[in-house]
Design a binder for this molecule. Structure first.
Ligand code: SAH
Ligand code: MG
Length: 220
């Protein structure tokens, strides 16, 4: 059986219907964010369940997210943390950060989530010093796509053996990965994908749900 455009559309609908069941709180979060003027670019509920599952699988005590937006993906990750676990999430836009702080409170995960204001590449050195090497069980990239390679440089030593590096938009955004080169974000994500896929320190796969989720596990 081969994939056809119709089958792909149907598959995406199926994934959303069967595996993307949001709970009542999560179902209202992005509509509220949109009404507050935030962009509607969060992950979907099926990707959220994947993040929760992967976080839980690592029994994560320390997680890091780049690109908070409204807190949607962060809440899924926070729900997957082990007891006593913590998520640090970095957001550059103060309006998004303010909305997300309230969302974390509303979701009952404020005690587990620390939102750091600022640009990821500016904030990461201080976080790296605080946390130290091999301290993170889950890292999720979802801020600027053309910075994914720089995020990798800044976080790779923080990932514990057995820890996961996850990246949203590994296959698409306003571009698609199979487009000809030319879009700076597409080209940067393509370089990032190829680089981590050939990095012997990681076992890596990419799941083609929504806009693609890269899953890389640090060996050891
Ligand atoms: N992870 C979120 C969506 C993030 S959208 C979810 O799925 O629910 C990308 C976010 O990254 C936006 O909120 C944007 O303001 C933020 N952002 C943009 N540039 C950034 C940077 N340099 N550092 C940190 N966040 C950034
Ligand atoms: Mg994304």
């Amino acid at each position: 059986m081969t994939m056809t455009p119709d089958r792909w559309r149907g598959t995406c609908d199926y994934l959303g219907d069967v595996f993307g069941r949001p709970d009542p709180f999560m179902a209202t979060l992005m509509p509220r964010a949109r009404a507050a003027g935030l962009p509607d670019i969060a992950i979907s509920a099926d990707v959220g369940r994947l993040l929760l599952l992967l976080t839980r699988t690592t029994r994560a005590r320390r997680a890091l997210e780049l690109g908070t937006l409204a807190g949607y993906s962060g809440i899924w990750i926070a729900r997957g943390l082990a007891a006593g676990g913590r998520l640090i999430t970095i957001e550059a836009d103060p309006k998004h950060a303010a909305f997300a702080r309230q969302a974390f409170a509303d979701a009952g995960v404020s005690d587990r989530v620390t939102l750091r204001d600022g640009k990821a590449l500016e904030v990461l050195p201080a976080i790296a010093r605080e946390l130290g090497p091999a301290s993170l069980d889950v890292v999720f990239f979802d801020a600027l796509k053309h910075e994914y390679e720089a995020y990798f440089e800044a976080t790779v030593d923080l990932i514990a053996p057995g820890g996961l590096l996850l990246a949203d938009n590994a296959l698409g955004s306003r571009w698609w990965i199979t487009d000809p080169p030319g879009d700076p974000s597409r080209d940067a994500v393509d370089r990032f994908n190829r680089r981590i896929a050939s990095d012997d320190r990681f076992d890596t796969a990419c799941v083609p749900i929504r806009e693609g989720v890269l899953i890389a596990r640090r060996k050891g």
